[in-house]
Design a protein around this ligand. Structure first.
Ligand code: DLL
Length: 432
């Protein structure tokens, strides 16, 4: 089913026209109300009247995460404070958090795009959706919640954490859909196994996973261990939260709700706009947002756009599932490595747990990459020879995938921290 056929299966010409109209309005509004944007547009020599169609977006300046931090907390607000109904923030590893402010209309749009996303994933008013994304400043909890209210499904606002209660709730309320990060889905499966839960006997049928990078291999594990289908949901606080893009059952990438969020792909080094199909940094313009709209926001997320028609009948553009983030990309002896590439190899290997951490260091001016992997109880009880052989095999597989040498280190079962939100995969010792 398609929630909003008119918008999701729109003909490309009408879409462009609407996008152009909204871009024009947006630039005028920002020029008049946000001194930060007036200055940026003046510096670029662009006046609101120069924007006539969506193609003119290329004349506009980019907005960076640093700029969002510098203008914390209200520097990018485009409405009077009295119009703000809700604030969300996301804190990265450094600096001030970034802020998303929502007016009544923004929350309405958020509910609409989340209703589209949930419907695309096959969620209906008959479902019981256990929402294990965190409620609070994080956008995951409330974003999914608003979508559920819109489509009329029963939402259980359990929020993140308290794994035993999550499992009990799954069984007590017969939850049919679970929303959480992919790493937490696997952790629930692990604890469930220890408790003797047979997931195949539960009504749970779908996991909507996102908020952190995950690989196809991880999808396979989640599907197998929880006896469900797992679909990908993408979004970010700066743009709206979850509901920017969603995967449909055809698994051909994530449909971007481009009537609200206009995507471009650029070369992260030069800023040059790349054609469809070429990998680069995703840049998004919020065409309809009122509270904190952004022009050409550089997400730091790496993907590419897919324009061919999807079998589901939607015509809107898709993005390939995220390939990584520019700030997660490790450069090891000159080679670019994304954690998901390593995950893809590890999760497919037999006899190891899908928990890992990457430790980057420097020895004698040379970068080193240690891959810490959790042993299974079985592997731990094996002879040292078996362990060493398994380690070598994984190093060989990783070399095949990455073309760099890594060092595999086995760590005790359960020693890699579990998170109910986003997993911490990288320890970079080179900076300290
Ligand atoms: O993570 C919003 C969200 C909540 C998305 C729930 C999906 C589900 P932030 O905390 O601002 O917002 O983090 C945004 O997380 O720029 C990506 O790098 C990463 N991310 C989000 N979704 C995915 C995904 C939420 N499906 C940042 N795959 C983004 C890979 C993702 N990475």
């Amino acid at each position: 089913m398609i929630w909003n056929k008119q918008k999701e299966s729109i003909d490309p010409k009408s879409l462009k026209k609407d996008q152009g109209k909204n871009l024009k309005k947006l630039v005028k509004k920002l020029y008049e109300t946000v001194p930060f944007y007036k200055k940026k547009l003046d510096e670029k020599g662009v006046e609101p009247g120069d924007i006539k169609s969506i193609e003119d977006i290329r004349h506009l300046p980019f907005t960076s995460k640093e700029e969002l931090r510098e203008t914390f907390p209200y520097g990018l607000l485009a409405v009077d404070k009295s119009e703000v109904r809700e604030i969300h923030t996301s804190s990265g590893t450094t600096g001030s958090p970034v802020v998303g402010a929502y007016t009544k209309k923004d929350i309405d749009i958020w509910s609409e795009v989340m209703a589209r996303a949930l419907t695309m994933a096959g969620v209906t008013s008959k479902d019981v959706l256990q929402n294990a994304y965190g409620y609070g400043l994080f956008t995951g909890g409330l974003g999914v919640h608003y979508g559920c209210l819109r489509i009329g499904s029963n939402v259980i606002p359990i929020s993140g954490g308290n794994t035993k209660r999550q499992l009990a709730t799954l069984m007590d309320f017969n939850s049919s859909v679970l929303t959480c990060t992919p790493s937490y889905a696997l952790y629930l499966a692990e604890v469930g196994r220890e408790e003797g839960i047979d997931f195949s006997s539960l009504p749970l049928r779908l996991v909507l996973a996102g908020a952190e990078p995950w690989s196809e291999a991880m999808r396979y594990e989640i599907e197998k261990q929880l006896s469900v289908k797992a679909l990908d949901i993408y979004g970010l606080t700066e743009i709206i939260g979850p509901g920017v893009a969603q995967e449909c059952k055809h698994l051909n990438g994530l449909h971007i709700f481009e009537d609200h969020f206009y995507p471009e792909i650029i070369d992260p080094d030069t800023g040059e706009v790349l054609p469809d199909g070429e990998k680069g940094e995703l840049v998004i313009t919020t065409l309809t947002k009122e509270g904190t709209p952004l022009i050409r926001y550089r997400t730091r997320d790496i993907t590419y756009l897919i324009r061919e028609k999807c079998a589901c009948g939607r015509t809107i553009v898709r993005m390939h599932r995220l390939l990584g983030r520019t700030d997660d990309m490790l450069i090891i002896r000159g080679v670019n490595v994304f954690p998901t590439q390593i995950e893809e190899v590890l999760v497919r290997m037999d006899g190891i747990e899908p928990y890992y951490q990457l430790v980057v260091d420097r020895e004698k001016q040379l970068d080193t990459l240690e891959v810490r992997i959790e042993m299974t109880e079985q592997l731990m009880s094996d002879e040292i020879k078996v362990l060493s052989k398994t380690g070598k095999l994984i190093e060989k597989e990783l070399f095949g995938a990455l073309n760099i040498h890594t060092r595999v280190k086995f760590v005790e079962p359960k020693s890699i921290p579990r998170s109910s939100g986003k997993a911490e995969r990288i320890i970079d010792k080179r900076e300290v």
